[in-house]
Design a protein around this ligand. Structure first.
Ligand code: CTP
Ligand code: MG
Length: 181
């Protein structure tokens, strides 16, 4: 695979992990997952992590994986790249893992004295990707290792922050997000 093919496979394979966060921004809100609980004087997770965001984001990622799986042969043929489909275990790993990685990031932000919405460069851009890859590796190890070869993984690490910053700036402009990160 050349660099363009590697980038296409990286973005395609991570789409079920990228979309949950954006859906959570649009559909989230309501009861916080931590129920208002605190730990060491700070909120456990904060008001930015809600049950509705978690459920809606995960379901959206699963649905997208289903759709992408059905489209993989057609889109792959059109682009001339072999695009992977998403077995259920892989889809759950990517979608739920992304939301859990984002939650783990907030847990860490609160423990280090950062208020809800405070920026934490690198963590904000990669926590969900790390969560997605880890849970996919646990639930669908063979698929994950075959899909995320070292080159694809490198592309994910480079492209994810760029895509994350780009979509969040757009979300901020559209008035969907409180901060542009
Ligand atoms: N969101 C949600 N539920 C989630 C994740 C996100 O409702 N599980 C929504 C919240 O409205 C949140 C917004 O998406 O404010 C943006 O998400 P994010 O940037 O991850 O949260 P922040 O508010 O910045 O909080 P944190 O500092 O904890 O990241
Ligand atoms: Mg944030």
């Amino acid at each position: 695979m050349g660099p363009v093919e590697v980038a296409v496979v990286a973005i395609w394979s991570m789409l079920p992990a990228y979309v949950p966060n954006n859906v959570a921004v649009v559909l989230g809100g309501g009861r916080p997952i931590d129920g208002g609980r605190t730990w060491g004087g700070a909120r456990l997770l904060g008001d930015g992590k809600t049950w509705r965001g978690l459920v809606a984001g995960t379901l959206a990622g699963l649905l997208l994986a289903l759709v992408l799986g059905a489209l993989a042969p057609t889109v792959g043929a059109a682009l001339g790249v072999a695009l992977p489909g998403f077995p259920l275990a892989a889809a759950v790993g990517l979608a739920l893992g992304a939301m859990l990685g984002d939650i783990a990031g907030s847990l860490f932000k609160r423990r280090t004295g950062r208020e809800r919405g405070a920026p934490f460069p690198v963590l904000d851009q990669l926590d969900f990707a790390a969560g997605a890859l880890l849970l996919a590796l646990v639930l669908a190890p063979t698929w994950t290792l075959a899909t995320f070869t070292p080159a694809v993984l490198l592309a994910v690490v480079v492209l994810t922050p760029l895509l994350h910053v780009g979509t969040n700036v757009i979300g901020y402009w559209l008035g969907l997000k409180r901060e542009p990160w």
